[in-house]
Design a protein around this ligand. Sequence first.
Ligand code: 5GP
Ligand code: ZN
Length: 129
Amino acid sequence: MDCLFCRIIKGEIPSNKVYEDDKVLVFLDINPNTNGHMLIIPKEHIVTVDEVSSSLASHILEVEKKMHKLLTEKLNCKGLTIVQNNNYGQEVKHYHVHLIPRYTDDCWKMAFRQDNLLDVKEVLDKLNN
Ligand code: 5GP
Ligand code: ZN
């Protein structure tokens, strides 16, 4: 299997590491949206959220908090947007969480919106039945 992020974990491809422990690696995104945009990846090769165990999820949450503190203290960020794509929008098929520090309140909004949205009642109906 030729996975870009597994190769980064093995050190076969260089990355700008920010944090590492036995479960995850955190490194700077090669094409950052803002200064300090980083990715948290698990060391085990998994692809989507469905494969994340509860213990890995809670570990990633702790690392998110640690990175939030670091970004606030060292880069003076004022906010943090956390996003994670599954299948659609997922360029690299190795699970990763984007941490995008925010310095102003105007540089990123959810850019996509589906055309012809269903009525909210129809959506609830589908979800509940
Ligand atoms: P996705 O679109 O899959 O949610 O995000 C993939 C992210 O990985 C993108 O933001 C992209 O810039 C980043 N990326 C792709 N290739 C590399 C690489 O070789 N090194 C690093 N550091 N980031 C990468
Ligand atoms: Zn991988």
